[in-house]
Design a protein around this ligand. Structure first.
Ligand code: FDA
Length: 285
C-alpha cells in the first residue's frame, strides 16, 4: 500500500507528501495563513535500532531545516519510532539528541503519546528532558483514568501539555469505555490545564470541547496568547477557519513520509465517513 502509485491520491488530504520538501512547502503555506505547524515524520514501532537511528536523523534534519527557513513549526515524535520497544536507553539518548538540537536552534519537540503500556516511560523521558533543556511538550490522553494525576505532576513541573482524547484501542481496565465519560474528562482536564498549565495545547476537532474551552477562558479572562488549539491537517477545515478568524492560535499536525498506513488507518477508524472521501478519490480520474 505504502509504495503504491495510488498513495498520493488516497492520502493527499491528510498527509503533506512523501518528502521533507513537500512538508516544508505546506508549512510555509500554512504559516502564511497565520497557522502554526507541528511536523510528524510518519513511522512508528521500528523493528531495528538501525531504523530508529535513521528516524532520529530525519528529525534532526527537519529541526535544522525549520530553523533555517524560519518556519513557525515544532516537530512531533513517537518514542516507538526511536526504538522505545527495543531499548529504552537508546530511545532516551536519541530523544535527548533531538531536544538538545531543538535548544540550539530555538525549536520545540512534542512527544506524542502512544498505547497505555508506554505512558510511564514516555513521561519519565519527557520530564527528564524538560528539566535539562525545556523545549518539549508532553501529550496526555483524556480517555485514560490516570490522566488527572499525570496532568497534576506535569503542571507542578511546569511542563507544557497537549491534551487529546486518545486514539488507541484501550481496555476498560485503563480507559473510559464510554465516549461521554472521555468528553467529560477532556473538559475537566482542559480547565485544569488552562488555569494551572504552561501554555497548554487543546488538540481536538470536537466543537463541544472547543466551545467549552472558549467559554472557560472567557469566564476566567485567560488571554488568547495563553494557549493554542491543535488539529490534524485536513480535518474540520471549517472549524480551523473559525478559530483563525476569531484570533485564536491554531497549530496543525502535518505528517509526511512513506510510512503513512497506520496514521491513515487511525484517521479512517475515527470517522468511518472518511471512507466515502476515500472512495471518491479512488474513483476520481
Ligand atoms: P472526536 O473523535 O469526538 O471527533 C469530533 C469531531 O471531529 C467529529 O465529529 C468529526 O467531525 C471530526 N473528526 C474527528 N476525527 C476525524 C477524522 N479522522 N476525520 C474527519 N473528521 C474527524 N492521540 C493520541 O493517542 N496520541 C497523540 O499523541 C495524539 N496527538 C494528536 C495531536 C493532534 C494535533 C490532534 C488533533 C489529535 C491527536 N491525537 C492523538 C488524536 C486524538 O486522540 C483523537 O483520536 C482525534 O483527535 C479525534 O478526537 P477529537 O477530539 O477530534 O474528537
Amino acid at each position: 500500500m505504502e509504495t503504491s502509485p495510488l498513495a498520493g491520491r488516497l492520502t493527499g488530504r491528510f498527509v503533506a507528501g512523501q518528502t521533507l520538501e513537500q512538508e516544508l512547502e505546506v508549512c510555509r503555506r500554512l504559516n502564511q495563513q497565520g497557522i502554526l505547524v507541528t511536523v510528524d515524520h510518519l513511522g512508528e514501532k521500528v523493528t531495528s535500532l538501525e531504523e530508529a537511528r535513521s528516524s532520529r536523523d530525519a528529525y534532526l534534519d527537519t529541526l535544522s531545516r525549520i530553523a533555517q527557513q524560519k518556519l513557525e513549526a515544532s516537530v512531533s515524535v513517537k518514542l516507538s519510532q526511536f526504538g522505545l520497544g527495543l531499548s529504552e536507553e537508546v530511545c532516551r539518548q536519541s530523544a535527548q539528541c533531538l531536544v538538545s538540537r531543538a535548544s540550539e536552534v530555538g525549536g520545540l519537540v512534542e512527544f506524542d503519546m502512544e498505547s497505555h503500556e508506554t505512558v510511564d516511560s514516555n513521561l519519565a523521558i519527557v520530564t527528564g528532558l524538560h528539566e535539562r533543556f525545556g523545549r518539549v511538550r508532553s501529550v496526555i490522553q483524556a480517555y485514560l483514568y490516570r490522566s488527572a494525576g499525570d496532568i497534576a505532576m506535569l503542571c507542578r513541573n511546569r511542563v507544557p501539555v497537549r491534551l487529546c482524547k486518545g486514539a488507541y484501542q484501550e481496555p476498560p481496565a485503563v480507559a473510559f469505555p464510554r465516549k461521554a465519560d472521555v468528553n467529560e474528562n477532556y473538559k475537566r482536564l482542559s480547565e485544569v490545564l488552562l488555569e494551572q498549565g504552561v501554555y497548554p495545547a487543546l488538540a481536538t476537532h470536537d466543537p463541544e470541547m472547543i466551545d467549552h474551552a472558549l467559554a472557560f477562558v472567557e469566564r476566567k479572562g485567560i488571554p488568547k496568547e495563553g494557549f493554542e488549539f491543535q488539529m490534524l491537517y485536513g480535518i474540520r477545515r471549517d472549524l480551523q477557519d473559525r478559530l483563525i478568524a476569531g484570533g485564536y492560535r491554531l497549530r496543525l499536525y502535518v505528517p509526511y513520509g512513506g510510512a503513512w498506513y497506520p496514521y491513515f488507518m487511525r484517521r479512517l477508524a475515527e470517522r468511518p465517513a472518511n471512507l466515502l472521501f476515500l472512495a471518491r478519490n479512488l474513483l476520481r480520474r
